[in-house]
Design a protein around this ligand. Structure first.
Ligand SMILES: Nc1ncnc2c1ncn2[C@@H]1O[C@H](COP(=O)(O)OP(=O)(O)OP(=O)(O)O)[C@@H](O)[C@H]1O
Ligand SMILES: [Mg+2]
Length: 392
């Protein structure tokens, strides 16, 4: 993880030209340990919260309001008044998710700022909505809309989770592709850089939204083909050429999309250390089966119990294969990925596929998946091409 937060790189580097608000808080200004620039791009949609307000809205960050833990902090369930956005009694008003960063200095701050600035400017049904933020002394918090079904990661891999049906998996893939496509085709292109199952959140109707914009980066402009960065991301999801060279393009996101698509098909994690050598890396393990119609069933999630259309699964698998091309140029753009996914025949019923619309695939009994260990695997700088840290 880079350890330099310089003013210019801490700003959202997309060509947002709106005025910046300098908001160096009192204690930031006086504290030598965390004297950081805070330039929040003007956004009428973002509410600045005080730390006390968020403390009250989460009952003092009580453990029973904890929704999850990520690499940068804890996420709590809170309540705010729908009209005034002030803290309301737990159980009344509007539910929000409050992310409280671990007070560990520079890097968290930098990502917090990137997130505030991107999500303050970008609005789309498939991006999580940022309601507000808090910057007070060393405290850095983010307040999001609450997505009641939590992360895709939990649904796919958590022990005891209700298996997701084929139509829901395809809907999630389409929604996530829409979110990425929106970013890649924005006036100033945005590369998301941390596309993974834990960053895809689901609302009550299984609408999927991308969260966590802390690593997002402006795409290349003018004649440039890529942006050079310190390699950040999550092992198993990051594109090989990006890990090797630090050269980032939108096609790096397309590779990560391919990995998540594979997770949706197989119900297996991108990296699973509980498995034997050959099966630890999902891409390496699944690759030989993806273009083979007759052997594809071998990598399909046994939790689907064969309830998926063979043809649709094959289209999705060959799409994943294209997204995972070693050659970045051979990967399709997200608009094409989205169009292909939309063509996949999805049985109309929201739950299990109906008899007439699917052909049951007979799956030989396989050994069940090993217990899943939900250990943290936050975004981290990947060992790579030796670019100096902090050149993020
Ligand atoms: N807006 C939200 N609504 C509901 N639950 C949320 C929301 N945001 C986060 N969560 C929950 O909190 C968990 C932790 O989220 P967080 O983004 O901090 O970490 P992560 O995505 O698991 O890991 P990483 O730090 O690598 O991004 C999520 O997995 C999810 O279950
Ligand atoms: Mg996350």
């Amino acid at each position: 993880m880079g350890n330099c937060v310089c003013n210019s790189s801490a700003k959202v580097d997309a060509a947002h030209t709106s005025t910046t608000i300098s908001a160096i808080s009192k204690s930031d200004a006086s504290s030598s340990s965390l004297s950081l620039p805070i330039e929040i791009l003007s956004s009428p949609n973002l509410k600045p919260f005080t730390f006390n307000e968020l403390k009250n809205s989460t009952s003092n960050f009580r453990p029973d309001t904890l929704l999850g833990e990520g690499g940068f902090g804890y996420v709590y369930k809170g309540w705010i008044d729908e009209q005034t956005f002030t803290a309301s009694k737990p159980g009344s008003g509007m539910v929000v998710a409050v992310k409280k960063l671990k007070p560990e200095g520079y890097q968290g701050h930098k990502e917090w700022l990137t997130e505030v600035n991107y999500l303050g400017q970008l609005h789309h049904p498939n991006l999580v909505k940022l309601i507000g933020y808090c910057v007070e002394g060393e405290h850095r918090l983010l307040v999001y809309e609450f997505l009641s079904k939590g992360s895709l990661e939990n649904h796919l891999f958590r022990r005891g989770a209700q298996p997701l049906s084929w139509p829901v998996r395809m809907k999630v893939a389409i929604d996530a592709a829409r979110g990425l496509s929106f970013l890649h085709n924005a006036e100033s292109q945005v590369i998301y850089r941390d596309f993974k199952a834990s960053n895809i959140l689901l609302d009550a109707e299984f609408n999927a939204k991308l969260s966590d914009f802390g690593l997002a980066k402006a795409g290349p402009t003018g004649d440039r083909t890529h942006v050079s960065t310190q390699v950040m991301g999550t092992r198993g999801y990051a594109a090989p050429e990006y890990v090797a060279t630090g050269r980032l393009t939108a096609k790096s996101d397309v590779y990560s999309f391919g990995v998540v698509l594979l997770e949706l098909l197989s119900g297996r994690r991108a990296v699973d250390r509980t498995k034997g050598d050959v099966e630890q890396n999902l891409v390496d393990w699944a690759m030989p089966y993806l273009g083979d119609k007759r052997r594809l069933f071998r990598i399909m999630d046994i939790k689907l119990e064969g309830q998926y259309p063979q043809k649709g699964a094959y289209v999705a698998a060959t799409l994943a294969l294209k997204c995972l091309s070693i050659e970045a140029k051979a990967r399709p753009p997200m608009t094409e990925v989205l169009a292909t996914l939309k063509q996949i025949e999805v049985p109309k019923s929201s739950g299990r596929s109906s008899q007439s619309q699917r052909r049951r695939v007979h799956v030989p009994i396989k050994k069940s998946h090993a217990p899943i260990n939900l250990t943290r695997k936050a975004a981290f700088p990947l060992p790579s091409h030796g670019q100096s840290p902090g050149v993020h």
